[in-house]
Structure formats: C-alpha cells, structure tokens
Design a protein around this ligand. Structure first.
Ligand code: ASP
Length: 328
C-alpha cells in the first residue's frame, strides 16, 4: 500500500453518471475524473446502475453485503448514488453496517458528470478526501457539506447544496480545506456487525387536515406490517376525527406498529403536548423523537423484521442505533 490509502468506489448510478444523450450510464467513471488518483488508490465496482427511484430494500441489502464483504481491504468506501433516495439508502446502511469501523460516504450530483457545469467532479473529489480521513460512519458528502447519513434529507432539486440534516449539525465542511468536527462523530461501541434483516412492508402516510378516518381504516386489511404516520407539528392530530384514534387502536391490537413523526423539518415529536398526540399515544402510536421520515421508514422496516411483538418493536424504535435520533 506504501502509505497511499485505498478507497473503494462503488457506483450505483443516478444523475452523476447518466449520459447526456441516448440514455444509460457512463462506463468509466474514475477515468473521467483522473484527479481522484492524486488523493488515493481507487478501485471501482459497479454492482448496478439505476435511477435511485428504482432502488429497493433489496438493493440496500445487496449494497450492505457488498460493503461488508471487502471493507477491510480499504481505508474508506465511497458510494455514488442518485440523490432522490440517497437519504433512505444512507439510513438503511447505517442500521445494517453496525459499529462501522471505517467511513462509508455517499455522494452524487445534481448535474451529470458529462456536462460542463456539473457538480459531480467536486462532489466525488470531496467524498474521496473525506473517505481517506473521517471516522467510521455512513455519511452523505454533497455540495461542500458532510452530513450524518441517517439525519439527512434531500432539500432541493436545484441547488448544488442538495442535502441538509435538520436535527443534527454537519459532521464537516469541505471547502478550501477539509474540516471534520470530530466530536460530532459516533464511535463504535463494539466490533463491526452486518445486520441485513428488514421487512419492507411499511407504509408512509402523511395526514392532511380533515376527517380521514374511513380512509385510514382501509390500511387495516392492506397487508401492511408497519406505518410511519406523519402528522402535524410535534405529532399532533385531530383526536375527534372519525376513526383515526380507533384505527390506531385497532392497528395496535393487531400488533402493527404506527410510528408517529412530526410535521416539521426541525424539532421533535412531543405526544404529551396536545390532546391529539396524547390520544394517539394512548391508542398505541409510538413517538418518533426527531427522526427524519427517511430514517423512520427504514428503521421501522428493520424493527418489524426483528421484534416479535409490539413491545419489542417499541423498545427497538426507542433505541439510538446509529445516531439517527436524539434520546430524551
Ligand atoms: N433521478 C436521479 C436519481 O435519484 C436524481 C439524481 O441523482 O440527482 O437517481
């Protein structure tokens, strides 16, 4: 290795490597950004190339297994990924690659690498540099910001600064220099483990004001195994809505968890604040702390694959697995 760090570049597609004409993806990424070789010794693997809207939980599992299989050969791993579902993949990977002992950095681009005014080259160079220096976490490096993956959300379809992490400060900034905020990183509390169990039968619903009870009741017989319910403010809903609270109770009676997340980007769920939140909690809904929707959906998929009953699922959801929530 001769002191040169080895970085594994895993290309899964997205706008980053989409072709200008004729569709499809560029085959030879690293060769198109030769400067990366000045930062590290690069090996490229391309397990699949997809628009990230087509990424499924099966792809997350494949990616996690792939990373685990050869992670010890590299100082860091960079994953090129579409921006649309990058925050879901980052969250899922953070739960699957537990006590990660080296950085896994996701990046992508708003404008394809082939175009003149593309952000792809800068994002790739930043991500590779981060992967040679940062501690073990799943992160998103994009538009000069380094964010914890399971705290991140796509915030813009236009800006080069496409991601934010509303409830956790950036892990670093990549500008003229790379600045890592070491104290904001998680440290592994044990040996690395690969945990790929996950049940994708989770529905994410967002409430609109109004009486929605009978519509909501229809989830009861839909075969869904868990629901992330995005309600208002700090987890509030209309306690008098016909069927809403009874449906929550019926779901709980069937052992189907409802993870209630708030209606705001910033802040956390406080079910005790209002009558609606209190009624939802009494009916069995589980407060989602300050989880993003992406982190909540993926965590619930993991929780229902593991928990034998609602009590176990509830306890699992309350735990901080990979820095995705701020415990009370
Ligand atoms: N549709 C693209 C994707 O998520 C968008 C992007 O990469 O920016 O794959």
């Amino acid at each position: 290795m001769g002191g040169r760090k080895r970085i594994w570049l895993i290309n899964t597609g997205g706008t980053f490597s989409m072709r200008k004409e004729g569709g499809g993806f560029l085959p030879d990424l690293a060769a198109r950004v030769p400067e990366v070789a000045q930062l590290a010794e690069i090996e490229v693997t391309c397990p699949f190339q997809l628009d990230s809207a087509a990424m499924s939980p099966l792809h997350w599992q494949e990616l996690a297994r792939l990373i685990a299989s050869r992670r010890e050969e590299f100082e860091g791993i960079v994953v090129i990924h579409g921006t649309d579902t990058m925050a879901y993949t980052a969250s899922a990977l953070s739960y699957m690659l537990r006590d990660l002992d080296r950085p896994v950095v996701l990046t992508g681009a708003q404008v394809p690498l082939e175009r003149t005014r593309s952000d792809a080259r800068a994002n790739l160079l930043d991500a590779v540099e981060v992967a040679t220096h940062a501690p073990g976490e799943v992160m998103i490096c994009f538009g000069g910001l380094l964010l914890r993956g399971n705290r991140s959300r796509k915030r813009s379809t236009m800006d080069f600064r496409a991601f934010e992490s509303p409830n956790y400060p950036p892990l670093g900034e990549v500008g003229r220099i790379l600045e890592l905020h070491q104290r904001r990183f998680r440290r592994p509390s044990g040996a690395f483990r690969l945990c790929t169990e996950l049940d994708p039968r989770v529905l994410h619903l967002r409430l609109a004001p109004g009486r929605f009870g009978s519509l909501f009741e229809s989830v009861l017989d839909s075969g869904v195994r868990g629901i992330v319910l995005e309600s208002f403010g700090a987890g509030n809903l209309d306690a008098a809505s016909d069927g809403a609270v009874p449906t929550l109770a019926a779901l709980a009676a069937r052992g189907i968890p409802v993870l209630l997340i708030g209606g705001c980007e910033h802040g956390r769920v406080e079910l005790s604040l209002y009558e609606g939140g209190r009624a939802a909690e009494a009916a069995g809904a589980i407060g989602g702390a300050d989880l993003t929707a992406e982190a909540a959906v993926t965590k619930l998929m993991v929780a229902i694959a593991r928990g034998r009953d609602l009590g176990e699922i509830r306890a699992f959801l309350a735990r901080d697995l990979a820095g995705e929530l701020t415990p009370v």
